[in-house]
Design a protein around this ligand. Structure first.
Ligand code: JFZ
Length: 428
């Protein structure tokens, strides 16, 4: 099997499931200004240790997270098992900078994978390639390192190979000690730290051997704004299985150089922050997130929505509220998302189409004043149903079709506000 056939086999569940939960959690939940704090404020290792000493998430209950995700229609999750700060939520034998050595004394990743699997969700691990804690990661002069302009580190000698050995060892632990891992999310390449600078061929070969079915993103080779060789006819072995745009939904989905659709997943915050912050004031509404989910699916992509647990280990109540609202919508409209992809029809003015087999779901984003103009031949439509209550929607109002012969109109009552999928079964 070629690289592309293997990829298509691996991503089957991923492209079917469509909706996931991103979880950014680490020591940075304590200062509560986001996961980049150490870099932004040039905080020394010693000073940052105070968060290690304080870490004690007494309310960590991943089953609660899993139930919330599942309720909202999310089918998989991705947890930051090590973010750029280098702190490990898992019990790694290669470092002391880990949750099991803090007051909490628990392997938080073990509990996460157990809890999410128990709810029937697929489990993903986010692992940061940069590591601001490891002594052999770049210091002075590195684009992002907290000590990048600290003169004390000007002549500091580090050996990147020692870091790479550490990183490879940890990835091996993660692929060995936690059962079947469904997804691995690397973050991220930058500057000249791309691909083989991470010894990527060696790393991927090891990962594929340990977890042959695991879906891996493309960031061993690129950053958030690139697709990398996955889009070419000759992808590298570490090109990854999907493209990972961040905080943006590509206008037309993502295609390879031959115009064939690529697997992709857009990740997005709920409140403009990945890590926990106190009193965020820019929460997206459930309605906005549902619409973005629909948009992703209509363009053949996935949507990964982030939550930021606090230092006690709780998903903030505002996020919980949004997820419960999404749950309400999902309970009635799941069929228009899961297993769906890009429709064979052009994007309509009033919303988006998604499609699954011979069913076309028309997501009405706009309040229409009367019949919805569907550009489909009436004879090809078997039935139109409004998905939320399964009521029949009548087709055709003859006088309008005379006025607009190339449209098919349906007779339609005023739709309720919000995204509102219609289910059209088309005779194919
Ligand atoms: C990265 C992380 O730095 C961030 O903390 C968060 O985890 C996010 C999901 O991923 O953010 C990036 C990575 C790459 C780019 C921008 C943000 N980029 O290449 O523009």
């Amino acid at each position: 099997m070629g690289i592309r056939e293997e990829r298509d086999k691996r991503v089957k569940w991923f492209m079917n499931d469509r909706f996931g939960m991103f979880i950014h959690w680490g020591l940075y939940s304590i200062p509560a200004v986001g996961e980049w704090k150490r870099s932004y404020e040039r905080i020394s290792l010693e000073e940052y240790d105070k968060y290690f000493d304080a870490f004690n998430p007494v309310d960590y209950d991943p089953e609660k997270w899993a139930r919330l995700a599942k309720g909202a229609g999310m089918k998989y999750a991705v947890l930051t098992v090590k973010h750029h700060e280098g702190f490990c939520l898992f019990d790694s034998q290669y470092t002391d900078f880990k949750a099991t050595n803090t007051k909490c004394g628990r392997d938080l990743v073990r509990e996460y994978v157990d809890a999410f699997r128990k709810e029937g969700l697929k489990v993903g691990l986010y692992y940061s390639l940069f590591d601001w804690h490891h002594p052999d990661y770049h210091h002075y002069g590195d684009l992002y390192h907290p000590m990048r302009d600290n003169e004390e580190f000007k002549d500091y000698k580090y050996d990147i190979n020692r870091y790479l050995e550490y990183m490879h060892n940890q990835v091996r632990e993660l692929c060995t000690n936690y059962g079947k891992i469904d997804l691995f999310w690397f973050d991220n390449s930058y500057g000249d730290m791309v691909g083989e600078k991470w010894k990527a061929t060696e790393l991927i070969t090891m990962m594929r051997k340990l977890q042959p079915e695991m879906v891996i993103n493309n960031r061993l080779e690129c950053n958030a704004s690139a697709k990398g060789s996955i889009g070419t006819s000759n992808p590298t072995v570490y090109a990854g299985d999907f493209v990972a745009p961040e905080q943006i939904i590509p206008p037309q989905g993502i295609l390879d150089d031959e115009g064939m659709p690529l697997p992709w997943e857009a990740s997005c915050t709920m409140n403009n922050n990945w890590g926990y912050v106190t009193n965020p004031n820019n929460y997206k509404t459930a309605k906005c997130l549902i619409r973005k989910l629909v948009e992703c699916v209509s363009k053949g992509g996935n949507f990964l929505v982030n939550v930021s647990p606090d230092a006690r280990g709780r998903i903030p109540s505002q996020s919980e509220k949004v997820l419960l609202e999404i749950k309400e919508w999902f309970e009635e409209n799941e069929d228009s998302i899961v297993g769906c992809g890009k429709a064979a029809l052009e994007k309509p003015e009033w919303g988006y189409y998604t499609q699954k087999g011979n069913k076309i779901y028309a997501h009405l984003f706009e309040q229409n004043i009367g019949p919805i103009p569907l550009k489909i031949e009436t004879s090809r439509i078997k039935r139109i149903t409004s998905l939320h209550d399964m009521s029949e929607v009548m087709i055709v109002t003859p006088w309008v079709t005379e006025l607009f012969p190339d449209y098919t109109f349906i007779n339609f009552q005023e739709p309720p506000q919000g995204t509102f999928p219609l289910q059209n079964e088309i005779d194919t």
